[in-house]
Design a protein around this ligand. Structure first.
Ligand code: HEC
Ligand SMILES: [Cu+2]
Length: 352
C-alpha cells in the first residue's frame, strides 16, 4: 500500500519535471532560431555582438554579470528543487507540521552578508566600466557629429562639413566618432547596441558619447527612451564606411541639388504649400527645420526614421497620409490632389 502511493507520487514529479524541461528546451530552440538566422541586410541589434571598443567593454561586463547572476540562479534553483522534493508533503506525514526553527544568527548573517558582497562586486565592476568609457581621454583625431532628437526622428549635423541629414548616420571607420547629443523637444535616448551604450538626449543640455567602430557595415539602433506616441518607430541606422566610401558620401551630400526644370511643377507645389515651413531643401524657399532636411532625400534608404523604405509608393502614401505609415507622427496629412501629389513626388525623386 505504502509502496504504490510512493510510486505514483514520484511518477507525478518526474512527469512535471519532464514538462518543465520540455518547455525550457522549446524556449532555447526558439531563441536559437532567432539568433541563428539574421537576415543579411538587417542585422539583429544585439549587445552580444559588439563592433565598437566601448560596446566591447559593455559586452565583457554583461558576461561577468550574467555569470554571477547565473550562478545565483543555479544555487537557488537547485536548493529549491532539492527542498521541494525532499520535504514534500507525504501521505505518511498525516498532516503533521515539520519541526519549527526560530531564529538562527548564522543563517541570518549569511543571507545578509553574501548578497551585500555580491551587490558591491557588481557595483564596482559596473562603475569601473562606466568610468573607463566616460572618462577615457579624447584622442587627437576624432570625427564629430551632432545628433538632435525630435519627436520622432533624428537630425544629424556635421558642423565641420556643413552637412545636415536625418535618421541615417554615416561615419568613417578609421577614427572614433564623438557625438554631441541634443534634443529639440523631450527626452530621447541614442542607442545602437552593437556600437555602444545608451545616452539620453535632454532638452537644454549637451550630452556626449563616443563610438569607435572596428568594422564597416550598417548597424541598427532605436530611441531607447519613451518620448511620445510614436517612440517605437524612431529607428536609427548607422553606416560605418571605409574612408574612401565615406568621402564619396560626403561629396554627394555637399553637391548642390540640380534643379531639374522638367519637375518645376512639383517644385512649385513644394514651395507653395506649407512643406516649406517644416522642411528645408537647399536652393528653394524651403528653410523649415521642424521636419527632416530633404535636400538629399533620395540618398536615404528609408523615410520616417526607418518606418518605411524610401520608395515612390511610400513617399506618395507618406505625404498623403503619414498616419498610414506612422500613427502619431507630427507631420500633418497634406491632402493634395492627385495631379499635385504626382508632380510633387516626381520632384522629390530628383533630390539625390
Ligand atoms: C507641420 C510640419 C510639416 C509639414 C507642413 C510637412 N511636413 Fe513632412 N515631415 C514633418 C515631420 C515632423 C517629419 C518627420 C516625421 C517622422 O519621422 O516622425 C516629416 C517627414 C517628411 C518626409 C520623410 C523624410 C525622411 O527623411 O524621413 C518627407 C519626404 C516629407 N516629410 C515631405 C513633406 C512634404 C512634401 C510636405 C508638403 C506637402 C510636408 N512634408 C509637409 C513635418 C512636416
Ligand atoms: Cu525618441
Amino acid at each position: 500500500m505504502r509502496e504504490t502511493s510512493h510510486k505514483t507520487e514520484s511518477g507525478a514529479i518526474v512527469g512535471r519535471l519532464a514538462a518543465v524541461l520540455l518547455l525550457l528546451a522549446g524556449i532555447l530552440l526558439a531563441a536559437g532560431l532567432c539568433a541563428a538566422n539574421p537576415p543579411n541586410d538587417n542585422p539583429i541589434p544585439s549587445i552580444f555582438d559588439p563592433h565598437s571598443a566601448n560596446a566591447e567593454s559593455l559586452y565583457h561586463l554583461s558576461h561577468f554579470v550574467l555569470a554571477i547572476t547565473g550562478a545565483i540562479f543555479v544555487v537557488v534553483f537547485s536548493l529549491l528543487a532539492y527542498v521541494m522534493v525532499k520535504f514534500r508533503n507525504r501521505t505518511t506525514d498525516a498532516g503533521r507540521e515539520p519541526t519549527q526553527v526560530y531564529g538562527s544568527t548564522q543563517i541570518e548573517l549569511a543571507w545578509t552578508v553574501v548578497p551585500i558582497l555580491i551587490v558591491v562586486v557588481l557595483f564596482l565592476a559596473t562603475a569601473r566600466v562606466i568610468h573607463g568609457i566616460q572618462d577615457s581621454p579624447k584622442p587627437a583625431k576624432v570625427f564629430e557629429v551632432t545628433a538632435i532628437g525630435h519627436q520622432f526622428w533624428w537630425e544629424f549635423r556635421y558642423p565641420k562639413l556643413g552637412i545636415v541629414t536625418a535618421n541615417e548616420l554615416h561615419i568613417p571607420a578609421n577614427m572614433p566618432t564623438y557625438l554631441k547629443l541634443l534634443s529639440a523637444d523631450t527626452d530621447h535616448s541614442f542607442w545602437v547596441p552593437q556600437l555602444g551604450g545608451k545616452t539620453d538626449l535632454i532638452p537644454n543640455r549637451v550630452n556626449e558619447m563616443w563610438i569607435a567602430p572596428q568594422q564597416t557595415g550598417m548597424f541598427l539602433g532605436q530611441c531607447a527612451q519613451y518620448c511620445g506616441t510614436q517612440h517605437a518607430k524612431m529607428l536609427l541606422r548607422v553606416t560605418v564606411e571605409s574612408p574612401g566610401e565615406f568621402d564619396a558620401w560626403v561629396r554627394a551630400q555637399k553637391q548642390p541639388v540640380i534643379q531639374d526644370e522638367k519637375e518645376a511643377a512639383g517644385r512649385h507645389v513644394f514651395e507653395s504649400t506649407s512643406c516649406v515651413n517644416c522642411h528645408a531643401v537647399e536652393g528653394t524657399r524651403g528653410v523649415g527645420r521642424f521636419g527632416p532636411d530633404l535636400t538629399h532625400l533620395m540618398s536615404r534608404q528609408t523615410i520616417a526614421a526607418g518606418a518605411a523604405e524610401n520608395t515612390q509608393e511610400n513617399l506618395r502614401l507618406w505625404i498623403q497620409n503619414p498616419e498610414a505609415i506612422k500613427p502619431g507622427s507630427l507631420m500633418p496629412a497634406m491632402k493634395l490632389n492627385d495631379v499635385d501629389l504626382d508632380a510633387l513626388v516626381r520632384y522629390l525623386e530628383t533630390l539625390r
